[in-house]
Design a protein around this ligand. Structure first.
Ligand SMILES: Cc1cc2nc3c(=O)[nH]c(=O)nc-3n(C[C@H](O)[C@H](O)[C@H](O)COP(=O)(O)OP(=O)(O)OC[C@H]3O[C@@H](n4cnc5c(N)ncnc54)[C@H](O)[C@@H]3O)c2cc1C
Length: 265
């Protein structure tokens, strides 16, 4: 069932329009992942905002949402061989580096800061991971979210990602030197909707009638959020969710920006 619109009455959400009819409601919870842009607009919330930095400087008229295509792929490399010395599953390895990166032919890929992550993955049947996401060179309103993920002809990874990611794997582990030819050439990737400081927004709007869960692509790190949000919907106030209120964009209590090329670290 697709939500197509909302009724706002005297500042409160009173009904949800769907392609299967209209449903009256007292409390709406929005958890729409990268589609949050559209639900945000239905809530009549601003598409552009003034953002106060941690240094107090106000950045006028910034986009509320920024789309970044995630760059991910798989190397066809037996995942069983990529374990810790005692045979256990390793953690996801995340490497950020300022060292010049060269491809297998010795050509410079980049001498700017780069970053990759990777892990053995039995579902993908190889070593799966990614690199820092890219900007989308067009206004947020014009970004086509659907078809989503690997079905998108626009936001699946290309040759530049494959060259960079495989070069980075070889840079990090000798066993991956010369392994670029094992890259699985299948559509991979997908876009995420990021907030102004690339951290989640968990907050109520319209007098508490709408609760928005916008995880800014933080994924599994947010697994406990459902329970905390459920508590807030029942009237508790979660201290853990406080740093993620929308008001931080105006007060300047933004989350810190790291030197990493990744927006989520
Ligand atoms: C390529 C890629 C790889 C990723 N890899 C990882 C990873 O390895 N680990 C990790 O932790 N995270 C990963 N993430 C991030 C993770 O997928 C998201 O952070 C997470 O899915 C967000 O969960 P969510 O429930 O908020 O939204 P979603 O999982 O996106 O769910 C939103 C739901 O809302 C529905 N919806 C949207 N609009 C409407 C509407 N109008 N009406 C009705 N329903 C609607 C959608 O159909 C969807 O089912 C990855 C993201 C991408 C793009």
């Amino acid at each position: 069932m697709r939500v197509t619109g909302l009724d706002l009455d005297h500042g409160a959400v009173t009904a949800v329009h769907t392609d299967h009819g209209t449903i009256g409601c007292e409390q709406l919870v929005v958890a729409a992942g990268p589609w949050v842009r559209d639900l945000w607009a239905m809530l009549d919330l601003p598409e552009r905002i003034d953002v106060t930095g941690r240094d107090g400087v106000v950045h006028r008229d910034r986009p509320m949402w920024t789309y970044l295509p995630l760059q991910e792929g798989t190397l066809g490399f037996d995942p069983h061989t990529f374990r810790t010395t005692d045979g256990a599953m390793p953690p996801v390895v995340h490497v950020d580096s300022d060292q010049p990166l060269h491809d297998e032919d010795g050509r410079l890929v980049t001498d700017a800061m780069w970053g990759v992550y990777y892990k053995p993955d039995f579902a993908f049947g190889g070593v799966q991971g990614g690199a820092a996401p890219l900007p989308v060179p067009r206004p947020v309103a014009d970004v086509a979210i659907d078809p989503y993920g690997p079905a998108s002809p626009e936001f699946t990874v290309g040759a530049d990602f494959v060259r960079m990611w495989t070069a980075a794997l070889a840079h990090c582990h000798e066993r991956f030197v010369g392994a670029a030819r094992h890259y699985r050439d299948v559509p991979s990737g997908g876009i995420g909707a990021f907030t102004p400081d690339s951290f989640p927004v968990f907050d109520t709007f319209h007098g508490g009638s709408a609760y928005v869960i916008a995880d800014s692509n933080h994924g599994f790190k947010m697994l406990g959020v459902g329970e905390l949000v459920a508590g807030e919907l029942l009237g508790e106030r979660s201290a853990q969710l406080e740093p993620f209120r929308f008001a931080r964009c105006h007060t300047g209590e933004l989350h810190p920006v790291s030197n990493s090329p990744f927006p989520w670290s």
